[in-house]
Design a protein around this ligand. Structure first.
Ligand SMILES: [Zn+2]
Length: 125
């Protein structure tokens, strides 16, 4: 199978498999650069990643305050546990969104498989 002709950041060759009509993979093809940066900025703008960035920033500040003895250690401990719970909630929210995004796509695929009688996947009923 053909491999991508691009190079990774460290200079070693990209090893992604590409289709026979392509020379470069999605990550290296200049014609998909715009779509890649759209995807990346969409991910960065999403609510969970903004919330994660904000919490990370606050935890770092809290750690620095503890080290500099600017904040009571017990209070900092409680605060970091609360942030931990909050992070788990954000993660749950992200998983739910991911499922909500994937479920209709899986259902559409299943529907198509049923309509095609499963023959394209080699399934006999
Ligand atoms: Zn590549």
């Amino acid at each position: 199978m053909p491999r991508c002709a691009g190079y990774k950041r460290d200079g070693s060759p990209c090893e992604r498999i590409v289709s026979a009509s392509q020379r470069l993979c999605f990550a290296h093809d200049p014609s998909t650069a715009e779509q890649r940066s759209r995807n990346a900025s969409k991910a960065a703008r999403s609510k969970p990643s903004r919330e994660l960035a904000a919490v990370k920033e606050r935890l770092r500040g809290l750690a620095e305050d503890v080290l500099a003895a600017r904040v009571d250690q017990d209070a900092a401990g409680v605060a970091s546990r609360i942030f931990g719970v909050y992070l788990r909630a954000v993660e749950q929210e992200r998983k739910v969104r991911e499922l909500e995004d994937l479920l209709p796509r899986i259902e559409a695929l299943e529907k198509r498989m049923r309509q095609e009688g499963g023959t394209s996947f080699g399934v006999r009923r």
